[in-house]
Design a protein around this ligand. Structure first.
Ligand code: GSH
Length: 330
């Protein structure tokens, strides 16, 4: 593999920035928010002859600390102990008309330390100069081939879970164990549309009917999760799995953002005893709390979606993590 320095700062062709946020053109005629499919679906694989073989130092994640989908990848990286194996760059929390930027003018925004680019869309077009699709985080980047491997978080976390065990500090952690795969897929099957994506369907709805449907489904699913977790610690089996991680990244943003900004306001997570305990349980797994940045989260949502919050004022609270750390867990 060539040293990283040879791959850095290669001259880039001049690029015209494409403008227009994804969320603004993902609205169906009935006013419902319909998430677009993800474009890059390559796989890092240990299989002989695979194009993207796992290796330490070869792969890089571009994330936003605000984004619940990118947050999944940071949590799995931490739980597996892959911090020294897979590097990370963090975009500026404000999503602009030209998408995510590598502006470093916000605490924790790193810039693009791989390619030295200014905008995430340039990373996409470095991989595919004709790319004109949606530009989202997370991105799994292959430094060796200077290309984008995958931009679908549900697939990236599976690769991190299994393909890098030779270098992981915690190869024993398995978030998608064979014996629980059916249960995990089933849990993801209702939690994704109604909760993970459900909060966006509430927030980005452009008609009352679309909002009403999304908010009913969201709170029915939260009630279902509450009932399930009243009798058990984890969603599937007796261990933490990716299903718990995926629920957590939405619930940890719920009371500070989705409840207010996306009008998911029938109840707060703190009012659901079992969901609140579950959120605390995941938050207190080793390494997880350090992946959470409430400043990036609040500044991203309240500042970026001006059609929902025209003044861009970022609210002060609530303190979500203090109560989570104080909650007694058995
Ligand atoms: N299916 C993708 C969704 C990723 C996604 O929607 N990310 C949002 C941030 S939370 C994004 O980058 N949006 C850019 C935009 O709307 O322009 C995944 O799970 O990886």
């Amino acid at each position: 593999m060539p040293p990283f320095s040879r791959l850095m700062f290669q001259p880039q062709p001049p690029m015209t920035l494409i403008t227009g946020n994804t969320w603004s053109h993902e609205i169906a005629p009935d006013g419902a928010f319909v998430r677009a499919a993800t474009g890059f679906r390559g796989q890092v694989s240990r299989a002989p002859g695979a194009a993207h073989a796992p290796a330490a130092g070869r792969y890089h994640l571009y994330v936003s600390l605000a984004c619940p989908w990118a947050h999944r990848t940071l949590i799995v990286r931490a739980l597996k102990g892959l911090e020294d194996v897979i590097s990370v760059d963090v975009v500026h929390p404000h999503l602009t008309d030209a998408g995510w930027s590598f502006d470093t003018g916000f605490e924790g925004a790193t810039g693009d330390r791989v390619g030295g680019l200014a905008w995430l869309q340039q990373v996409y077009r470095r991989a595919d100069p004709a790319y004109a699709g949606i530009v989202t985080v997370p991105v799994l980047w292959d430094r060796q081939f200077s290309t984008l491997v995958n931009n679908e978080s549900s697939e990236i976390i599976r690769m991190l879970n299994t393909e890098f065990d030779a270098w992981a500090r915690h190869p024993e952690v398995d978030l998608y164990p064979a014996a629980l795969r059916g249960d995990i897929d089933a849990a993801n099957g209702w939690i994704y549309p109604a909760i993970n994506n459900g909060v966006y369907r509430c927030g980005f709805a452009r008609s009352q009917a679309a909002y009403d449907e999304a908010v009913d489904e969201l709170f029915a699913a939260l009630d279902r999760a509450e009932a399930l977790l009243a009798g058990r610690r984890w969603l599937c089996g007796d261990q933490a799995t990716e299903a718990d991680v995926r629920l957590y990244t939405t619930l940890i943003r719920f009371d500070s953002v989705y409840h207010t900004h996306f009008k998911c306001n029938r109840r707060q997570v703190a009012q659901y005893p079992a969901l609140h305990r579950h959120t605390a349980r995941v938050h207190r797994l080793p390494g997880v709390a350090a992946t959470l940045d409430q400043d990036h989260i609040r500044h991203h949502y309240y500042h970026s979606h001006r059609h929902l919050n025209p003044g861009g004022i970022v609210p002060a609270g609530p303190d979500v993590t203090g109560p989570l750390m104080a909650l007694p867990l058995d």
